[in-house]
Ligand binder design. Sequence first.
Ligand code: DX5
Ligand code: ZN
Length: 226
Amino acid sequence: MKHLIAPSLLAADFSKMESQIEIINRSEADWLHLDIMDGVFVPNISFGLPVIKSLRPHIDKPFDVHLMIVDPDRYIRDFKLAGADLLNVHYEACTHLYRTIDAIKKEGMQVGVTLNPHTPVFLLEEIITEVDLVLLMSVNPGFGGQKFIENTFKKLTDLKRLIEKKGSRALIEVDGGVTVANAQRLINAGADVLVAGSAVFNAPDPIQAVKELKHFLPEPPLSDLR
Ligand code: DX5
Ligand code: ZN
């Protein structure tokens, strides 16, 4: 499977939503990544349900919603109604993860489980066959524009091995500090979906930036790797 690109709306210019929507629609972006932060699970507040709902009729691409909130179970139905196609919950925010996964599936959404950078992959052993996707955070969640954590490569190897061992069909998504300079290495290490916020929306030409992430053009200079 050709890897997928999911630009993160968090880095978009919220004062120019029409042009940002056009970028998403016209680019080779496969999904739109939407970061929901509650100021409790992470030290930042982003946007919520009304934003997803108002974008939904204007973007004909799957909505990949990343919940960085405590007690996500309370809002599963609301996110479905707002237009989420895939709902990512943090492993660290779910006391009864099996139940949460089940509730997301019952609403007819794809289900993703997200791991913070410090959370080891082996903790997913008992649920890896139940999920559609695992999202590996490659920065501490809460903010865009942070530096990529190199240990993610080790976690990618661990996760790929676990998925194969258990015969899971889960996709692997990487989120945080993804740029054209590390995209190819991430795909080679097993990532299926790359989230990119600042690398897309802060680029001089965001549509071209998505193209480069999708096709790895141009080759990054070695000194640029991080
Ligand atoms: C961070 C968010 C990311 C963020 C990525 O908590 O989950 O999705 O938007 O931004 P960049 O690509 O700028 O690191
Ligand atoms: Zn995210």
